[in-house]
Every structure is written in C-alpha cells, then in structure tokens.
Design a protein around this ligand. Sequence first.
Ligand code: NAP
Ligand code: MG
Length: 399
Amino acid sequence: MDRIQMKNPVVEMDGDEMTRVLWAEIKKELLEPFVALNTVYYDLGLPNRDATGDAVTVEAAEAVKKWKVGVKCATITPNDQRMTEYKLHRMWRSPNGTIRAILDGTVFRTQIPCPGLKPFIPGWTQPITVARHGYGDLYKDTEFRIEGPGQAELLFTGADGSEQRATIYDFEGAGVLQGCFNKDSSIENFARSCFEYALGERRDLWFSAKDTIMKTYDGVFKQTFQRLYDEEYKPRFEAAGIRYFYTLIDDAVARLLRSHGGVVWALKNYDGDVMSDMISTAFGSLAMMTSVLVNADGCFEFEAAHGTVTQHYYRYLRRERTSTNPVAMIYAWTGALRKRAELDGTPALAAFADRLEQAVMDTIAAGTVTGDLAALMEPKPASVDSWQFLAAVRKRLEA
Ligand code: NAP
Ligand code: MG
C-alpha cells in the first residue's frame, strides 16, 4: 500500500512518562503504516530539557512559529520531588507555559464525543469549549518567599523614567509575594481568537473574569472584549444568530451548570486551566479532551489536555498491565495532520485523519475501551490495556 505523502512537516514534540511510551506506540501502530510522516522532531522529555538547559523547548516553539503546525506530547513540569527523581540541574519552568509565552495564543479545549458515555451533568447535551488565554498571568509570575518583616511595593519605571508605585503590604512577619502581568496586545489577540472561533463554530461566546475584585487587571480584559465586540464583531454575531456576553466567573459557573452546553467559554489563563479540567471530568474523562493552541499568526499546536499519567507509568515500569487511554493523544495527531492538510491542500491526508478518528469512535462504540471509560459505562464492559486498544483501532483502520 502506498503511504500518504506530506508536503510540509509537522513539528513533533515528544514528552514524558506514560504518554511518551504511548506516543511511540501511536506512531508505530496508527500513523507510520499509513502516512509517510514528515516531522521536525524535538525531544521535550525532562532529561533532554535538563541536558539542553531547556533550550530545546524554546527551539520547538520557534519551529511551530515557522511551520505553523505542531503536535505535543504531555511533559513533566518539575517540582521538588522531580528534582531528586530526575537529578535536575534546575527546576525548569512548565514547557507549556514557555511555549504559550512564545506563541502567545489561546487554548481551545473541547470534549471528544464518546459513544455510550453520559455526562455527569445530564443537561449537558452539547459540547462546551473552554477558550483559555495562553499568555501571562500566574504562568509568567515572579514570586518571592518573604523571610521576615518589611514593606512590599509594586513599582513600574516607565521608559521615560517616570514611576508608578504602590504599597502591596507591610509584612509583620514571613509570607509570600507574587507579581504577574499581561499585555494589551495579547489580551486583544485572545479576544479576537475567541470571537473568530465562536463564529466558526456558530456558538455563543461567554467571557468571564473577576473584575469586581481585580478592577483594573480583569477590567482591561472585560473592556477589550466589549470594545472589539461593539466595534467589529456585533454585526457578524447577529448575522450568525449567536451572542456574546460578559458575566462574573461565579455567575458563569452557575449558568453553565444549568445550561445545555453548546457554548464557547473564554477564561483567563488560570481560570481556563482549572475549569477545563473540571468540565472534561464532568463529561467523562480527562483523556477525552482535545486541546489546541491558536495564535494570531495562524500557528496551531495540538496536544492532549491530560498530563503524563505518572501513576500508570510507575505501574508500567513494574511491568504491570496499564490501561491508559490514548484517545486524546490520537486526536492531537489527527488535529495536527488535518490542519497540515488544510494548509498544504492535501485532501488525502485530511481524509486519513477523519478515518482514524472514525476508527477510534467505532472501536469505543463496539465496547473496546480502556479502564477510565469502562468505569463510566453502564453496564460496565471489560476493559482492555492500551496496546490492545491501539491494536483494535488499527484493525478497523486497515479494514
Ligand atoms: P495526569 O497525568 O493528567 O493524571 C491524573 C490522573 O488522571 C491519572 O492518575 C489518571 O487517574 C487520570 N488520567 C489522566 N490521563 C489519563 C489517560 N490518558 N487515561 C487514563 N487515565 C488518565 O495529571 P497529574 O498526575 O496531575 O500530572 C502528572 C504529570 O503530568 C506531572 O508531572 C505534571 O507536571 C504533568 N502534566 C503535564 C501536562 C501537559 O504537558 N499538558 C498537563 C498536566 C500535567 P487514575 O490514576 O485514577 O487512573
Ligand atoms: Mg490543568
């Protein structure tokens, strides 16, 4: 059989632990037999990030800028425990944070429809997309441990030498301190990509933040969305029969739980991180959620929303049977290949991505599922391990 050719490469970013194991397996079983994979490979596994002083992460992000399409495996964000486990030279920053800071985009996360699975919120009959601002805030913070009494100040020195200064707190003892930022340009790109995405999907757009507390910081987000809507997007939204509105994040949570879903919910960086995990869990499994970072220059980075599934990896290392769900990782690849096909005008590659997704859906519908999905189904089917699942998908793909 002739394999499908690719005109331009996809930037491939390998990762850690269980997802790294499955990454190689997905390529071997489901991609390479059918597609002459053309990738620019970067090893973002923690040992290589440590060996390159994290330069590999920056290089990978620059490559996504160049080639427009990337696909990323989950990666470890080091903490104290990882410092000893991997004997690291430094506690490297989150690779996703680094990549997002370079690409400056919005992360759209949506559930993968799963045959036979009912959401925990019975009213949610339509998918919910969380649009997470992928730049700044807590993910690019500067933080101190305060060891004793003293005054903390916020100081901005303008390029012209002018100063803006405010007291944050007069510490009477030890504590912690944090500073974070965002930029008008990034906030505007965030708002634009959300409006465009909602129009593309023909779904209502909500933006929510906490401008009652962070009157200036969150206020700028709120005003930016409103200004762009009033000045540019309102007629297009009305023509599409959809609407945009802002509401406090507390109110949005309450509304969402009572809704039928079917909305695009735009959130600041941290809110989007937490809420997308909550929503994916409510829809079933973290392993059934796609995640794509889109920026204003038309760069796309696809990944699974879950992490490296550490506990499964430790079991795998002990040679125990593991049933880690590879579906979101497969969809990261199909998303990237489909986007590559769209940009390059290679319909055979797009058709392959569709066929692979259909094979995954048919496999699940036939009752061949990993443990996480089996646990959610009624009656509960027997689960297969990750390798059996991939083999079943391959069989359908070949048929
Ligand atoms: P996680 O890897 O997403 O796993 C949390 C739990 O969710 C797992 O223990 C497992 O539950 C379940 N789970 C997640 N993905 C699954 C899958 N594909 N199939 C079946 N079950 C799945 O999150 P974590 O344990 O908080 O983080 C582990 C590492 O991943 C950390 O080092 C973190 O830094 C990193 N991380 C990376 C990314 C990223 O690169 N995008 C995102 C988040 C976290 P059970 O154990 O109950 O089966
Ligand atoms: Mg998260």
